[in-house]
Write a protein that binds this ligand. Sequence first.
Ligand code: C2E
Ligand code: CA
Ligand code: CA
Length: 681
Amino acid sequence: MQLNTDLLKGVAQAATKLELALVYVKNDSDLTITSVNESFSQIAKNYRLPIDSLFLWLKNERYSTTLHLFDALKHQDTLLDETLGRSPAGDAFHIQWSVSAADDGGLVCCIRDIRWRQKYKDQWTLFERVFDSGRASIVVTDENNRIVMANRHFEEISGYSKYEVLGQDPGCFSSGRQSKAFYKELWRTLQQEGYWTGVVWNKRKDGREYPEHKTIYAVTNEHGVLTHYFSSGEILPNVGEAPQQREFSDGLISQQALITALNEHRRQQLEAVAVYHIGVDRMDQANRVCGLSFGDHILQILLARLKDTFLPNGLIARSIGDEFIVASPNISTPDIANSLGQMLLQSLNSTIRYDDIEWNITASIGISFFARDNDAWKAIEQAHIAMHHAKSQGGDNLQFYDTESQNSARESLRLEQALRYAIENDELSLHYQPLIALNDQHVFGAEALLRWHSSEFGFVGPDRFIPIAEQSDLILDIGLWVFQTACCQLKQWGSEYAGSVAINLSAQQIQYADLPNKLLTILRNHDIPVDRIHLEITETAMINDTNSAVSVVSSLREAGFTLSMDDFGTGYSSLSYLTRFPIDKLKVDRSFIDTITTNSESLVVTKSIISLAKSLGLKVVAEGVETEGQLKELCLLNCDYAQGYLFSRPLAADDFIQFYRQQCPSIETLTPHLLSVENAS
Ligand code: C2E
Ligand code: CA
Ligand code: CA
């Protein structure tokens, strides 16, 4: 397609208004200019570029001669490119241009000055550098005081990564040492004067407190409307802090020194370096359950193993919080990086005793490679993301950085952020799935199953968010919310519902010795007898940390709760565990029921689980019953209870009570012959 010259005249005027330069040239080897619009003259003047030779403007790496340009025009109607060049007078210019053939055989060229774009890019890069350098910890919040930006120094001081704090109110770092009146006065001054300065006591991620000298400014837009708060803080010496810092310093360098070393390595164009980011699993929990000195003890063990594995060739730095970064040179392949990492995991995996607590130490490791074309910070960040990925896989494992893990770890962090506000934003609810007694077909209970409808992510399934809640300890609050909500619901159903509600407990919850008391208090507050609540704990949760789990589970039983071992068959399924825990029921995992009619092995396993349970005086629940065939098989095996889509999916509270009123009418019509056989026997 060629351009019409008449049309071009009108276009030239419009282009001038848009500050687009238009040039009309002859199709000759010099690209001789025949006419230009005003914008073109203006740019030429600004950068002292000659008007006579257009090719000086367009010339770049791709089109180094006019011949290249003409050649390209044979295949394309319009060429579009950029030129970053210098005028004969030495002025830098950066333009974007297009060239098309006109209908009279000439060429029309359109030029846009994009030097401002580069300028903004440079300014932004500079801003990022300034933001991250220096000793000040900087946090920017929006008008609702939710964090929108935090710099690296903030991460180092607080122990939180910026991804963890985005969207949070900085009030959550407050140590609680200062009174409500203090914060009230802070806000009053900030609102009236536009800034506040003073000392605040905050709390690190690991629970330690520190004093910070802070200045906070209110930021307004051009109309004087408040848009953000900018706070800059410097940590003050805290006497109580110093010895602990010293303890770790042996054999360690600072993160900044590690970065400098990596950059020097790159400058000398040396071999690739593997960067490891290492974090102890369940560290928050160790600090919470056993105290900070226990946490420090674990870190000392980790540090000793790190030195054994990586020194003298590697460099070890303390990262944010309780994590470490190691740079290990001369590692040319992922295989070698992997073996070293696995060695570390193995040497670390051990059980230590502290007072009367037995703690299994494990760690998660993320690995990235720092090569010539990488940036030291980026390599560290990538290893950090990979470590998050390793944690999300349940810990005690190692992951390499890749785009997939990056995306999934980022998504997990964003979900965790949103989940923090799920309770207060009223985004959680419980659904109830009927539990059916197979001998007399009645609904004897319901399993409470958590649902999350996030305003940001829509519906998120529990298989996705429960593991995230478990990794971050959010499960403790969420678990109590579930318990409390189920009690409220029982109260609301009143005498109309005579069954029990089964509640799932996570492994983290049964680590806490005060769990039974907390649950009993909630029951008392709602006036619900303990036998109306049944607790489900997975087989793996009971086994993982046997000592404390046994004692908490036993106290729950002593308090009067009945208990199920959930997902039975997926873990060790050992008889000794069954006898060790005071449980009442076994729930056969869905994976066996799913294939019970098609896979003889599933049938044999289910059969032996049922007879094993019976010999121990336990009742058996079959999970995930979806077909009549499966139900028949279970009835023949003398299974006590069942749950599954065949009877009902999990239902909202109102739908459940309606289902209960009708007392599962489908069962009799499903298997009348089997039920009567069973009843007769
Ligand atoms: P779970 O404890 O094994 O719960 C049973 C899961 O099986 C539920 O999935 C339920 O909807 C599903 N299910 C029931 N019958 C059938 C069936 O016939 N076919 C199939 N395909 N699925 C069936 P849901 O609700 O997605 O929950 C998944 C897991 O999330 C639960 O597994 C439990 O481990 C966890 N979870 C849910 N709510 C809570 C909670 O309040 N606290 C804790 N700690 N974990 C929870
Ligand atoms: Ca369950
Ligand atoms: Ca289950």
